[in-house]
Write a protein that binds this ligand. Structure first.
Ligand SMILES: [Fe+2]
Ligand SMILES: [Fe+2]
Length: 308
């Protein structure tokens, strides 16, 4: 397993291979660079074998392979971290066990499903209650229970989207309860729906690849369109409420340069945005391998300290 690899190991196991770059080295030979992942961790790889580079060349989404190679120091990293020199890349066979390739968070999925259900039932305003129930039903609900919330940056594990959504809703409710003049039902509905577009944006398959629709439209626009469509079918949902919930969805990344088409302009949208942000940040600490240590965090672009 990746977390146990040490310098000098000769390894062979199924991994998810994520291609990052095909390039040409100074001697004119092609090389491939990327990441190898299993549910214990992730390490960069480099590959100079022409046959394997050609096999990797057409890869558009992360794929599982049985990989083999040597564990070495990554000469390009300043912190003496490891990399794999890839020497073998074979398709997964019927007898290869790939159950360890799906990352699982440290959460009780059933417990979070119960929390999600009671949050959905807790919306009192009839129009908003119906909107959330109609969207989070059937196949969408089933997929919502297993999808990750991100491909790599946060909650990138089975059930990650549900985990993230329940936490955002609870943080947002606590804020709505504390701050005067905040519509708590609007906040709750907005928190529950804010990332549902990720079901279309990110595929639940191995490696959690982005879909073409996701790459072209993004989860914020996808969800904006869905809420507008579903909301217009609900007579109890006033035009004003529909506009307010749409604003929360569209502004939940806070600013235009962070991917929102419109920045937050209402109390409720700020509440959902900051609840979303704080939960994504707190989730970074669950990735620490050891207590009382510093680790570089890619999402926040800084070292984080995990206190003992
Ligand atoms: Fe989002
Ligand atoms: Fe989110």
């Amino acid at each position: 397993m990746i977390k146990d690899f040490v310098i000098g190991d000769k390894i062979e196991q199924p991994c998810i291979v994520r291609l990052q770059k095909i390039g040409t080295s100074s001697n004119g030979k092609a090389f491939a660079r990327g990441l190898l992942e299993d549910n214990t961790g992730c390490l960069p790889f480099i590959c100079f074998e022409t046959g394997l580079v050609n096999k990797l060349r057409d890869m558009e989404v992360p794929k599982p392979f049985v990989i083999g190679g040597n564990v070495d120091v990554n000469k390009f990293a300043s912190d003496m971290s490891l990399q794999i020199i890839l020497q073998k890349l074979e398709n997964i066979g019927a007898h290869d066990d790939i159950t360890h390739l799906m990352p699982s968070g440290n959460i009780d999925l059933l417990e979070y499903q119960k929390k999600l259900d009671s949050l959905i039932m807790d919306i009192k305003e009839p129009g908003l209650a119906k909107l959330v129930k109609n969207i989070l039903s059937g196949e969408t609900y089933e997929q919502f229970l297993i999808n990750p919330a991100g491909m790599r940056l946060h909650h990138a594990y089975v059930g990650g989207l549900m985990h993230h959504t329940v936490c955002v809703a609870n943080i947002a409710l606590a804020l709505a309860h504390t701050i005067e003049g905040v519509d708590r039902d609007l906040v709750l509905a907005g928190a529950l729906l804010h990332d549902v577009g990720k079901l279309t944006e990110i595929s639940p398959e191995l490696g959690f690849p982005y879909t073409t629709e996701g790459r072209l439209l993004g989860h914020i626009s996808i969800m904006g369109m869905l809420v507008k469509e579903e909301g217009s079918k609900i007579p109890e949902l006033t035009a004003e409420k529909l506009q307010s919930i749409l604003h929360i969805i569209l502004s939940h990344h806070g600013e235009q340069d962070k991917g929102s088409p419109i920045p937050c302009a209402t109390k409720e949208s700020f509440v959902v945005h900051y609840a979303d942000e704080i939960d994504a940040i707190m989730n970074q600490f669950s990735d620490f391998k050891k207590k009382d240590s510093w680790e570089y965090n890619k999402m926040l672009q800084r070292y984080l300290y995990n206190k003992a």
